[in-house]
Design a binder for this molecule. Structure first.
Ligand SMILES: Nc1ncnc2c1ncn2[C@@H]1O[C@H](COP(=O)(O)OP(=O)(O)OP(=O)(O)O)[C@@H](O)[C@H]1O
Ligand SMILES: O=C(O)c1ccc[n+]([C@@H]2O[C@H](COP(=O)([O-])O)[C@@H](O)[C@H]2O)c1
Length: 228
């Protein structure tokens, strides 16, 4: 969506990067609050392609995460979704995300990269961290369970923003689905329906047997034991 530029002739565009596995109301509230605070013309949600810092975790197919992000943002005319990270091969680096989004939107656009407190705290471990602040202003939003502080980022390049606290995480949503618990109202309704339709996050029969077995004190069978 391309709005007319603001009064100072600049378009302000938020960039909300995430693995979105699945997207939940914590992500949407963070984007909406930052859009309101900075009077953004648009917020572009950018699902990660290969989130290399989550390599120990199984991540759902990029197309499922992309479609869930489209479904969750469809009703907001100022929200859009970009495929730049999922279409770029290799690990996902925000330096590439920001360069691609800046190129697409052209000169006269100011970018605001939106993060939660946990992601902001890790920024200095990101690829080309020193160059990121030339491309965007960074906004760190409060998130329950994660202290919000500036980890020593360049002066004037970061804003810490208090937002309504939503103690929701994608990992808890995945875990709840696997355990057969509801995720209604933690994620938009369409996301509950998409997850059910695609059978995402369901616990495999083998894992369920192991979990229930260990809770009941049943020893694993011979084939459950790792090979010597
Ligand atoms: N409840 C929340 N409140 C504020 N920010 C959030 C919240 N949940 C996620 N974020 C921020 O949204 C961005 C994308 O997060 P991500 O897609 O990894 O979700 P997550 O819930 O942290 O996932 P997981 O539990 O799998 O690690 C990150 O900057 C993260 O800090
Ligand atoms: O650029 C990096 O090196 C880098 C390392 C880890 C995470 N990020 C970005 O941070 C955003 C949130 O990531 P995640 O893994 O918490 O979903 C997302 O846009 C990632 O691409 C970026």
């Amino acid at each position: 969506m391309m709005n007319a530029p603001g009064v100072d002739g600049k378009r302000r565009v938020g960039v909300m990067g995430g693995t979105f596995d699945p997207i939940h109301h914590g992500h949407l509230v963070a984007a909406s609050e930052v859009a309101h605070h900075f009077q953004l013309d648009e917020v572009v949600f950018v699902p990660t392609g290969r989130p290399y810092q989550k390599s120990e975790q199984e991540v759902s197919a990029a197309e499922d995460r992309y479609l869930m992000t489209v479904i969750a943002t469809a009703s907001n005319p100022r929200f859009s979704v970009s495929r730049v990270d999922i279409d770029r091969p290799g690990p996902t680096f925000t330096i590439d995300t920001l360069r691609d989004i800046a190129r697409i939107h052209g000169p006269g656009t100011e970018l605001y990269f939106i993060t939660g407190a946990d992601a902001l705290g890790a920024i200095l471990t990101w690829q080309n961290a020193d160059l990121l602040f030339e491309l965007a202003h960074f906004v760190g939003c409060t998130r329950p369970g994660h202290p919000l502080h500036d980890p020593g980022l360049p002066e004037g390049k970061v804003t810490l923003l208090e937002i309504p606290a939503l103690a929701i995480s994608s990992s808890e949503c995945r875990q709840r689905v696997a355990m057969g618990e509801p995720i209604w109202y933690l994620v938009p309704d369409g996301i509950v329906q998409y997850i059910n339709k695609r059978g995402l996050y369901r616990e495999s029969e083998e894992r369920r047997r192991k979990r229930v077995g260990s809770r009941l004190g049943i020893l694993p069978t011979q084939e459950d034991r790792p090979a010597p």
